[in-house]
Design a protein around this ligand. Structure first.
Ligand code: LLP
Length: 384
């Protein structure tokens, strides 16, 4: 993926940094837009995956809406040109300040995660003589078959409203004149590549839709959430997620009625492949049992491997010709034993100063960086 010019450019720069391949980003966005527009589907970009300003500007220019989970994300979405009529706001813990901010911004829809939240939004909207549009986030108890740390749609998860509470939702909607019911919202987890899971989700959404209709509520918006995964193992040969198959499942199995809108909230699949974390080897430690490569990036720059045992392809960009390989534990400089990107990676024999790329780091990478150990917050470099 990295040509000689790019690697030469990296040589001149201080590491670590996130490198954004904006061409890859644009190709991914184009593929998603084309696949979704075939069915008239609405896509909101899940800003939590990456709110780098340049990335936001580009995504916005493709006409996507924004899926936000904090008041600051709502603010940033609007500042970066996402239309307020395309902003949705989810989250189990929206504060009064955040709800007021979103009411003032006249966003498209609140994705509401508890019965109590319905009453709070109603009260705050009433105080402003406004009506808030809401969708009910339902916890569908569908297993996403992904890592349990990033599963969200099971009964034991904190997200959404469980189906046994839906009668209370109906009661609340009837008692809250400052709420406008738009529809139902789901999100069952992240990094889902098995299309069967989405088929099961469609079945559940159809059941829920019938339930609301039976209780006298018409549904305008079906929001299926996000979750489409990426190929962390083959970023060069399979860099764009299968948007076609993904949207096709919903077009085939979702019971969409005339006048209804189908919405999606994709994060990872739109941005993951657009960035790599670029780092240098600080030290090579050859032990009796283990060889360690100590990079100048660690869990402060990319925490996914340490937090979710997530796999990211690791490449030595400086030793592309070398035939001799060594098994290394690739670790960071942070004072924590878990600060390890991957154990036992077979790599060309590596040296102090070699440049490394940790691939597919555009989603939940830069945004989850921290200043632990009083480290500098990692910066970014762009392909153009
Ligand atoms: N909608 C809702 C309500 C969400 O909670 C999420 C992600 C998305 C959409 C976007 O999901 P995506 O298309 O990106 O899978 N930090 C973890 C992932 C956390 C996902 C949180 N919710 C990771 O690095 O794997």
């Amino acid at each position: 993926m990295f040509n000689t010019n790019t690697i030469n450019r990296f040589q001149q720069l201080d590491t670590p940094f996130y490198y954004y391949d904006l061409d890859a980003l644009r190709k991914t966005l184009e593929a998603c837009r084309t696949a979704a527009s075939k069915y008239g589907f609405h896509v909101h970009y899940a800003m939590k995956a990456n709110f780098n300003p340049k990335v936001l500007d580009i995504i916005q220019s493709y006409g996507f809406g924004a899926d936000c989970v904090s008041g600051n994300e709502v603010k940033a979405a609007i500042e970066h040109g996402f239309g307020k009529d395309k902003v949705v706001f989810a989250g189990v813990g929206k504060s009064d300040r955040e709800i007021n901010l979103a009411l003032d911004a006249d966003i498209f829809c609140f994705n509401v995660e508890s019965v109590q939240e319905l009453y709070i939004i109603n009260d705050l909207a009433k105080a402003k003589y406004k009506t808030a549009s809401v969708a009910i986030r339902i916890n569908p108890n569908v297993d996403a078959h992904t890592h349990h740390f990033i599963t969200t749609g099971l009964d034991e998860n904190k997200f959404g409203i469980n189906t046994w509470q839906l009668p209370d939702v109906i009661k609340a909607l009837k008692e809250c004149p400052n709420l406008k019911f738009l529809g139902i919202h789901f999100h069952i987890g992240s990094q889902i590549t098995d299309m069967e899971v989405y088929k099961n989700l469609c079945t559940r959404i159809n059941e829920m839709q019938d339930w609301f209709n039976d209780h006298g509520f018409e549904i305008k918006v079906l929001n299926t959430g996000g979750g489409l995964g990426v190929d962390y193992y083959n970023p060069d040969t399979n860099g764009i997620s299968d948007f076609e198959s993904y949207f096709k499942v919903f077009s085939q199995f979702l019971n969409v009625k005339p006048g209804q809108e189908v919405h999606f909230e994709l994060g990872r699949a739109l941005v993951a492949q657009s960035a790599s974390l670029i780092s240098r080897v600080l030290y090579v430690k050859n032990g009796l049992k283990k060889n360690f490569l100590v990079l100048d990036a660690g869990m402060t720059e990319l925490i996914r491997p340490m937090l979710y045992q997530a796999y990211h392809l690791i490449e030595n960009l400086s030793q592309t010709e070398s035939e001799e390989t060594v098994h290394y534990d690739v670790v960071g400089p942070i004072c924590e034993s878990t600060d390890c990107f991957q154990k036992d990676v077979e790599l060309p024999q590596s040296h102090r100063g070699d440049l490394f790329a940790i691939r597919t780091a555009g989603a939940y990478g830069e945004v989850m960086a921290s200043g632990y150990n009083l480290r500098d917050i990692v910066g970014s470099v762009y392909s153009e």
